[in-house]
Ligand binder design. Structure first.
Ligand SMILES: CC(C)(COP(=O)(O)OP(=O)(O)OC[C@H]1O[C@@H](n2cnc3c(N)ncnc32)[C@H](O)[C@@H]1OP(=O)(O)O)[C@@H](O)C(=O)NCCC(=O)NCCS
Length: 175
Protein backbone atom coordinates (compact mmCIF):
# COMPACT_ATOMS: atom_id res chain seq x y z
CA UNK A 1 0.00 0.00 0.00
CA UNK A 2 1.41 3.36 -1.01
CA UNK A 3 0.32 5.94 1.58
CA UNK A 4 1.39 8.72 -0.79
CA UNK A 5 -1.61 7.82 -2.96
CA UNK A 6 -4.15 8.56 -0.23
CA UNK A 7 -6.97 10.93 -1.16
CA UNK A 8 -9.91 12.35 0.74
CA UNK A 9 -13.07 12.22 -1.33
CA UNK A 10 -16.78 12.74 -0.81
CA UNK A 11 -18.71 9.57 0.04
CA UNK A 12 -19.54 7.70 -3.16
CA UNK A 13 -21.44 4.57 -4.17
CA UNK A 14 -18.34 3.49 -6.08
CA UNK A 15 -16.69 2.47 -2.80
CA UNK A 16 -19.58 0.27 -1.68
CA UNK A 17 -17.68 -3.04 -1.48
CA UNK A 18 -14.62 -1.86 0.38
CA UNK A 19 -16.67 0.48 2.60
CA UNK A 20 -18.86 -2.44 3.74
CA UNK A 21 -15.79 -4.64 4.26
CA UNK A 22 -14.28 -1.94 6.50
CA UNK A 23 -17.58 -1.43 8.30
CA UNK A 24 -17.78 -5.14 9.16
CA UNK A 25 -14.29 -4.95 10.65
CA UNK A 26 -15.21 -1.84 12.67
CA UNK A 27 -18.32 -3.49 14.03
CA UNK A 28 -16.32 -6.51 15.18
CA UNK A 29 -14.29 -4.15 17.37
CA UNK A 30 -17.43 -3.01 19.20
CA UNK A 31 -16.21 0.53 19.76
CA UNK A 32 -18.91 2.55 21.49
CA UNK A 33 -19.05 5.47 19.08
CA UNK A 34 -18.55 4.33 15.54
CA UNK A 35 -20.54 2.97 12.73
CA UNK A 36 -23.58 1.33 14.24
CA UNK A 37 -25.27 1.04 10.83
CA UNK A 38 -27.09 -2.14 9.84
CA UNK A 39 -24.96 -3.83 7.17
CA UNK A 40 -27.80 -5.77 5.52
CA UNK A 41 -29.76 -2.53 5.09
CA UNK A 42 -26.76 -0.75 3.62
CA UNK A 43 -26.16 -3.63 1.22
CA UNK A 44 -29.70 -3.16 -0.11
CA UNK A 45 -29.72 0.60 -0.23
CA UNK A 46 -26.24 2.02 -0.35
CA UNK A 47 -27.32 4.99 -2.50
CA UNK A 48 -29.49 6.47 0.25
CA UNK A 49 -26.76 5.88 2.80
CA UNK A 50 -24.29 7.79 0.65
CA UNK A 51 -26.81 10.62 0.26
CA UNK A 52 -27.16 10.80 4.05
CA UNK A 53 -23.37 11.00 4.40
CA UNK A 54 -23.24 13.85 1.91
CA UNK A 55 -25.69 15.87 4.00
CA UNK A 56 -24.57 14.89 7.44
CA UNK A 57 -25.40 16.53 10.75
CA UNK A 58 -24.23 15.69 14.27
CA UNK A 59 -27.48 13.97 15.15
CA UNK A 60 -25.71 11.98 17.87
CA UNK A 61 -25.31 15.04 20.07
CA UNK A 62 -28.15 16.17 22.31
CA UNK A 63 -27.55 19.82 21.54
CA UNK A 64 -28.66 21.46 18.27
CA UNK A 65 -27.06 19.49 15.41
CA UNK A 66 -24.34 21.14 13.35
CA UNK A 67 -23.33 20.40 9.75
CA UNK A 68 -20.62 17.81 9.25
CA UNK A 69 -18.46 17.28 6.17
CA UNK A 70 -17.84 13.55 5.91
CA UNK A 71 -14.85 12.50 3.82
CA UNK A 72 -13.63 9.05 2.91
CA UNK A 73 -10.00 8.13 2.55
CA UNK A 74 -9.20 6.11 -0.54
CA UNK A 75 -6.06 4.44 -1.83
CA UNK A 76 -6.20 2.80 -5.25
CA UNK A 77 -10.04 2.75 -5.22
CA UNK A 78 -10.08 1.08 -1.79
CA UNK A 79 -11.83 2.67 1.20
CA UNK A 80 -9.35 2.80 4.08
CA UNK A 81 -10.90 5.21 6.58
CA UNK A 82 -13.11 8.20 7.24
CA UNK A 83 -12.81 11.65 8.72
CA UNK A 84 -15.48 14.17 9.50
CA UNK A 85 -15.30 17.88 10.06
CA UNK A 86 -17.98 19.53 12.19
CA UNK A 87 -18.48 23.06 10.96
CA UNK A 88 -18.81 24.49 14.45
CA UNK A 89 -18.89 23.34 18.04
CA UNK A 90 -22.10 22.90 19.97
CA UNK A 91 -22.12 22.41 23.74
CA UNK A 92 -21.75 18.62 23.44
CA UNK A 93 -18.94 18.73 20.88
CA UNK A 94 -17.05 21.09 23.17
CA UNK A 95 -16.99 18.30 25.74
CA UNK A 96 -16.63 15.32 23.40
CA UNK A 97 -15.72 15.05 19.74
CA UNK A 98 -14.54 18.52 18.88
CA UNK A 99 -14.33 19.68 15.26
CA UNK A 100 -12.72 16.62 13.70
CA UNK A 101 -13.12 12.87 14.20
CA UNK A 102 -11.54 9.98 12.28
CA UNK A 103 -11.29 6.22 12.13
CA UNK A 104 -9.02 3.96 10.08
CA UNK A 105 -10.31 0.58 8.89
CA UNK A 106 -8.68 -2.08 11.09
CA UNK A 107 -6.88 -3.75 8.13
CA UNK A 108 -5.17 -0.47 7.24
CA UNK A 109 -3.96 0.67 10.65
CA UNK A 110 -0.39 1.61 11.55
CA UNK A 111 0.41 2.61 7.99
CA UNK A 112 -0.01 6.38 8.36
CA UNK A 113 -3.64 6.58 7.18
CA UNK A 114 -5.07 8.63 10.07
CA UNK A 115 -2.04 10.93 10.16
CA UNK A 116 -2.51 11.59 6.44
CA UNK A 117 -6.29 12.01 6.75
CA UNK A 118 -5.92 14.63 9.46
CA UNK A 119 -3.22 16.48 7.53
CA UNK A 120 -5.39 16.60 4.39
CA UNK A 121 -8.50 17.62 6.31
CA UNK A 122 -6.99 20.73 7.90
CA UNK A 123 -7.03 22.98 4.79
CA UNK A 124 -10.59 21.82 4.16
CA UNK A 125 -11.58 22.77 7.69
CA UNK A 126 -10.01 26.18 7.13
CA UNK A 127 -12.03 26.63 3.94
CA UNK A 128 -15.11 25.88 6.01
CA UNK A 129 -14.27 28.84 8.23
CA UNK A 130 -12.59 27.03 11.12
CA UNK A 131 -9.48 28.86 12.22
CA UNK A 132 -8.77 26.91 15.39
CA UNK A 133 -9.81 23.27 15.35
CA UNK A 134 -10.49 21.43 18.57
CA UNK A 135 -9.84 17.69 18.72
CA UNK A 136 -10.41 15.37 21.63
CA UNK A 137 -9.08 11.91 22.38
CA UNK A 138 -8.78 9.56 25.29
CA UNK A 139 -5.68 10.05 27.41
CA UNK A 140 -4.60 6.47 26.66
CA UNK A 141 -5.13 6.62 22.88
CA UNK A 142 -1.43 6.72 22.01
CA UNK A 143 -2.07 6.62 18.27
CA UNK A 144 -4.47 9.56 18.33
CA UNK A 145 -2.17 11.60 20.56
CA UNK A 146 0.65 11.11 18.02
CA UNK A 147 -1.62 11.90 15.06
CA UNK A 148 -2.88 15.13 16.60
CA UNK A 149 0.50 16.29 17.90
CA UNK A 150 2.27 15.68 14.58
CA UNK A 151 -0.41 17.81 12.93
CA UNK A 152 0.23 20.76 15.19
CA UNK A 153 -2.13 19.97 18.06
CA UNK A 154 -1.45 21.89 21.26
CA UNK A 155 -2.68 20.23 24.43
CA UNK A 156 -4.88 22.69 26.33
CA UNK A 157 -6.51 20.48 28.92
CA UNK A 158 -6.78 16.95 30.33
CA UNK A 159 -9.90 16.23 32.28
CA UNK A 160 -12.39 13.54 33.22
CA UNK A 161 -15.34 14.00 30.96
CA UNK A 162 -17.99 12.80 33.35
CA UNK A 163 -17.94 11.06 36.73
CA UNK A 164 -16.35 7.64 36.27
CA UNK A 165 -15.52 8.38 32.61
CA UNK A 166 -12.12 8.30 30.92
CA UNK A 167 -9.62 11.12 31.04
CA UNK A 168 -9.92 13.11 27.83
CA UNK A 169 -7.30 15.28 26.15
CA UNK A 170 -8.36 18.54 24.53
CA UNK A 171 -6.15 19.74 21.71
CA UNK A 172 -6.36 22.84 19.51
CA UNK A 173 -4.77 23.19 16.09
CA UNK A 174 -4.21 26.66 14.70
CA UNK A 175 -5.19 26.65 11.03
C1 LIG B 1 -6.57 5.70 16.34
C2 LIG B 1 -6.58 5.35 14.84
C3 LIG B 1 -7.44 6.36 14.11
C4 LIG B 1 -5.13 5.39 14.33
O1 LIG B 1 -5.18 5.18 12.92
P1 LIG B 1 -3.88 4.75 12.08
O2 LIG B 1 -4.24 4.96 10.65
O3 LIG B 1 -3.44 3.41 12.50
O4 LIG B 1 -2.82 5.83 12.56
P2 LIG B 1 -1.36 6.11 11.95
O5 LIG B 1 -0.94 4.92 11.15
O6 LIG B 1 -1.38 7.42 11.27
O7 LIG B 1 -0.47 6.13 13.25
C5 LIG B 1 -0.06 7.30 13.93
C6 LIG B 1 0.98 6.93 14.95
O8 LIG B 1 0.39 6.15 15.99
C7 LIG B 1 1.05 4.89 16.10
N1 LIG B 1 0.04 3.89 16.40
C8 LIG B 1 -0.99 3.51 15.61
N2 LIG B 1 -1.74 2.59 16.26
C9 LIG B 1 -1.14 2.40 17.46
C10 LIG B 1 -1.44 1.57 18.56
N3 LIG B 1 -2.52 0.76 18.56
N4 LIG B 1 -0.63 1.62 19.64
C11 LIG B 1 0.45 2.45 19.66
N5 LIG B 1 0.78 3.28 18.64
C12 LIG B 1 -0.01 3.23 17.56
C13 LIG B 1 1.68 4.66 14.75
O9 LIG B 1 2.76 3.76 14.83
C14 LIG B 1 2.13 6.06 14.40
O10 LIG B 1 3.28 6.39 15.11
P3 LIG B 1 4.43 7.33 14.51
O11 LIG B 1 3.76 8.68 14.29
O12 LIG B 1 5.48 7.35 15.57
O13 LIG B 1 4.86 6.72 13.22
C15 LIG B 1 -7.13 3.91 14.62
O14 LIG B 1 -6.46 3.01 15.46
C16 LIG B 1 -8.62 3.80 14.87
O15 LIG B 1 -9.43 4.02 13.96
N6 LIG B 1 -8.97 3.44 16.12
C17 LIG B 1 -10.35 3.32 16.52
C18 LIG B 1 -11.10 4.63 16.51
C19 LIG B 1 -10.35 5.78 17.18
O16 LIG B 1 -9.69 5.61 18.20
N7 LIG B 1 -10.49 6.96 16.57
C20 LIG B 1 -9.86 8.16 17.06
C21 LIG B 1 -10.66 8.75 18.17
S1 LIG B 1 -9.85 10.18 18.83
Amino acid sequence: MNIQKIKLIKPTVELKDTFLKGLKEFQQEKLPWVMDFKIDELEKNFDDFVKSQLNKKTLWTKDTPVDETELWAVIDKTYVGRISIRHKLNADLLVMGGHIGYDTCPSYRRKGVASAMLKKSLPIAKQLGIFEAMLTCNDDNIASIKIIEKNGGVLKERKVQYKGGPIKRYYWINL
